[in-house]
Write a protein that binds this ligand. Structure first.
Ligand SMILES: [Zn+2]
Length: 121
């Protein structure tokens, strides 16, 4: 069985490569939703049985200066930007993984230092 720090090194290399790949393209923050809606007007197709909803509408929601901002995108914009949303999501997931790995490494380093301290005293 390999030492834990070697495993961490391999995980770090993998994350680093995946981050490099994800940042080859652009990245847009926020969440992206596709939704269909009802206008609730009597006689409208969205109130029929079965209902035929309005849309789909493509909503992009993100924080701008601490405030939530929502923008509707056209189908063409959705097609163009979808990989950018995917890239940002991948980068966030990989960054979270790297942070967890870094905390793990920090705890190991602290434990090693304590152990060495005990031997030296
Ligand atoms: Zn309607």
């Amino acid at each position: 069985m390999s030492r834990p720090d070697k495993r961490d090194d391999r995980a770090h290399q993998r994350i680093s490569k995946q981050l490099a790949a994800a940042t080859e393209g652009f990245a847009l923050p926020g969440t992206f939703l596709e939704r269909s809606t009802r206008c609730n007007k009597a006689g409208c197709r969205c109130m029929a049985d079965p209902p035929r909803l309005h849309g789909p509408y493509y909503q992009w929601t993100r924080k701008v200066d601490g405030k939530t901002k929502t923008t509707l995108l056209t189908p063409e914009q959705v097609e163009r930007y979808r990989p950018w949303f995917d890239n940002a999501k991948t980068i966030r997931a990989l960054t979270a993984e790297l942070e967890t790995l870094s905390h793990h490494r920090r705890l190991e380093l602290n434990a090693t230092r304590c152990y060495r301290g005990l031997i030296a005293s």
